[in-house]
Design a protein around this ligand. Structure first.
Ligand SMILES: Cc1ncc(C[n+]2csc(CCOP(=O)(O)OP(=O)(O)O)c2C)c(N)n1
Ligand code: SF4
Length: 240
């Protein structure tokens, strides 16, 4: 899938409150194209809750539910259960959270949802810091990185979240980088397709986890230039 072949429909529309050039919004636009209109998005406290724009305006042309910082996976589990009860099994439920909301405060809800094999796609957009509140360190911040709470450089190594996710035995987990939009598109599309085929085959439900990395904001252009810096911007499939 080349960039010129991506669907022309736009569900990320003008009016966004993101920083100009925000990689999270570039990725979101691609994810929306991969999933199409029939989706519901659940967003905890993070930059994306601001990017959406102030009520009553919105830059998302899809139903979106905002929820507390720690509750993305729990909220998405509830939305998925409600849709299933109504027989709307063709709607994709997507939880979209930052690394703070995933590696740190949201990990309990995420682990529970994965262990229950919840039928949703969870996407962590990993800028490796708490952006929305001004560059504090998170569990995803790399060793030695500067943040406002690690002024001398972070002394700890980041969590290996991919390995934690894989330990939940979910059928698909992947990571990608915003500098590879085709890769991101294909992986999200695949995540959606796996759900469909599995449901047809044995009626089980499954969870999908995707993460993309773009480096801390001040490093994002370095990332884009280097394309693939080991440990910072990776584009490898973790498990199928
Ligand atoms: C319980 C709770 N603690 C703190 C906050 C304040 N808060 C809002 S967004 C945020 C940082 C989110 O970081 P991350 O999940 O990495 O997303 P990003 O801001 O980078 O998009 C914090 C600390 C909050 N909303 N709720
Ligand atoms: S701080 Fe970073 S993630 Fe947040 S809107 Fe700006 S560029 Fe995007």
């Amino acid at each position: 899938m080349a960039i010129k072949d991506l669907p022309v429909e736009e569900y990320y529309i003008p009016g966004s409150a993101a920083c100009p050039g925000c990689p999270a919004t570039m990725a979101m636009r691609t994810v929306f194209k991969a999933l199409g209109k029939n989706m519901v998005m659940v967003v905890p406290a993070c930059c994306t809750a601001v990017i959406e724009s102030l009520h009553p305006n919105t830059s998302f042309n899809i139903p979106t539910m905002n929820i507390a910082f720690e509750a993305a996976a729990a909220g998405a589990s509830g939305v998925e259960a409600a849709l299933r009860k109504k027989g709307k099994t063709d709607t994709t439920v997507i939880a979209w959270a930052g690394d703070g909301g995933t590696y740190d405060i949201g990990i309990q809800a995420l682990s529970g949802a994965l262990e229950r094999q919840t039928n949703f796609i969870y996407i962590c957009y990993n800028n490796q810091i708490y952006s929305n509140t001004g560059i504090q360190r998170s569990g995803a911040t790399p060793y030695a990185a500067w943040t406002t709470t690690t002024v001398g450089g972070k002394k700890e190594f980041r969590k290996e979240m991919g390995e934690i996710i894989l330990a939940h035995h979910i059928p698909y987990a992947a990571q990608t980088c915003v500098s590879y939009p085709e890769d991101l598109f294909n992986k999200v599309k695949k995540a959606k397709e796996i759900k469909g085929s599995k449901i047809h085959r044995d009626s089980c439900t499954l969870s999908t986890w995707l993460a993309f990395w773009y480096g801390a904001d001040r490093l994002k252009w370095v990332c884009l230039l280097l394309k693939q810096a080991p440990g910072l911007c990776t584009s490898v499939k973790m498990k199928k």
